[in-house]
Design a protein around this ligand. Structure first.
Ligand SMILES: Nc1ncnc2c1ncn2[C@@H]1O[C@H](COP(=O)(O)OP(=O)(O)OP(=O)(O)O)[C@@H](O)[C@H]1O
Ligand SMILES: [Mg+2]
Length: 258
């Protein structure tokens, strides 16, 4: 599906000394990390930690005060065709009159010149993507008439249809039931098996170790990036979540001092 596979020795994403602020207090402060290709990476951290900001800065949607990002060895603004994005669900206008198939086809716009309609190859990518998220049978449905979990899958289809090597997903599991969560995880893993790199904002620490190859723990600064066992360290988590970890009942850190 992807024609030119990137050189596997080049990192998928390099973030160098990234500082982003919207007001006086930076949302991200001096964040540096390197994510290798072919990994499924979870981004964790409390509300307001800068997870979405990190994703948007990697995409070039927000301008850093300082620092830079490379995607597959190229500056982010030169790598747009290599990256696909699934936004946090609240960021989408669901009343917009557009069908499932049309949303998925939007993933192909970077490939379709403005003077022609999508061709058979574009349709093949869209079909494959809708098949992958099991939304083929809903292809003529307006997106406003889908359940939340179905809408999430359509936006994944759009990202998959793009054929990008790097996929950034902001909380794809939020507000979906257990079966849809499994289905989405399955799609993420299949994309990974196809050689793609996926960076996924995730809220549930109880499933983080099971779902991801690497975790990136952030709260304004980067606290840790590595294998889940190393990142889900009770002392580190208690520092980042400021002792609020009792709510994550499935975690062994329950026995902490608080
Ligand atoms: N466009 C914006 N204008 C002003 N402040 C912003 C903007 N976007 C984010 N912020 C602020 O930057 C900080 C980080 O926000 P961000 O959305 O990245 O957090 P998050 O980790 O994704 O949180 P959540 O888990 O709630 O989605 C917050 O303090 C937020 O209020
Ligand atoms: Mg967010």
């Amino acid at each position: 599906m992807v024609t030119d596979m990137p050189n596997p020795s080049v990192p998928a994403i390099e973030v160098m000394n990234l500082t982003v602020s919207f007001g006086p207090r930076p949302a991200l402060l001096d964040v540096s990390t390197t994510i290798d290709q072919g990994l499924l990476v979870g981004v964790i951290g409390p509300n307001g930690a800068g997870k979405s900001t990190l994703i948007k800065a990697i995409l070039g949607f927000v301008k850093p005060d300082f620092g830079s990002v490379k995607i597959l060895g190229s500056p982010a603004d030169k790598a747009k065709g290599s990256v696909a994005y699934v936004p946090q669900r609240g960021a989408v206008d669901w009343d917009y009159p557009i069908t499932v198939e049309e949303v998925a086809m939007m993933g192909r716009y970077g490939h379709v010149p403005w003077w022609r309609d999508p061709g058979p190859q574009d349709r093949a990518h869209v079909n494959q993507a809708l098949e992958m998220v099991r939304m083929n049978e809903f292809r003529d449905r307006q997106i406003g008439q889908l359940s939340g979990g179905q809408q999430q899958r359509v936006f994944m289809a759009r990202a998959l249809a793009q054929g990008a090597d790097v996929l950034l997903l902001d909380e794809p599991f939020s507000g979906v039931d257990a079966a849809t969560e499994r289905a989405i995880l399955d799609v993420l893993n299949r994309a990974k098996d196809g050689g793609r790199t996926l960076v996924v904002v995730h809220h549930d620490l109880a499933t983080a170790a099971e779902y991801f190859d690497r975790l990136l723990l952030i709260k304004q600064r980067l606290y840790a990036y590595g294998p889940p066992q190393a990142v889900l360290n009770p002392a580190l988590l208690s520092e980042v979540y400021e002792g609020a970890l009792r709510i994550f009942s499935a975690l062994p850190v329950e026995k902490g001092p608080r």
